[in-house]
Design a protein. Sequence first.
Length: 150
Amino acid sequence: MELDFVSLSKEFEKYETIYDSLFKKTISHLGIKCDPVVSVSIVDNEFIHKMNNDYRHIDRPTDVISFAFLDNEENKDKILSSPGIVILGDIYISYEKAISQAEEYHHSIEREFSFLFVHGLLHLLGYDHMKKEDEDVMFALQDEILGKKD
């Protein structure tokens, strides 16, 4: 299991340890048997805005964007349940959006950065929230992984 971490500022370096722990927790929780590799970068709004516009044709910054390498892979479940190294993809998180959303939702910045990482990681693993039933599954998993108690 490998997490490659890049940050624009030393201020956010503490998230490498947090993300590594959440990465391991997610992989264990989902029973994934492969040896996954993920890249995560904390970027600014300008960078993520350009990515969102270039790849999703949405002309505004977003909080997190994921590029899954197994996105259209027919054998994804078989690959994830087999031994061997699997490069899952890249996650980009806007620190400016994370900070503003933490304020907006009245929770800690650490909680928001953690949520955005788990959200992006679940996208790399094939989860989505385009349909209500898929959203229910993905959001329940996020809550379980982050330890939310209802």
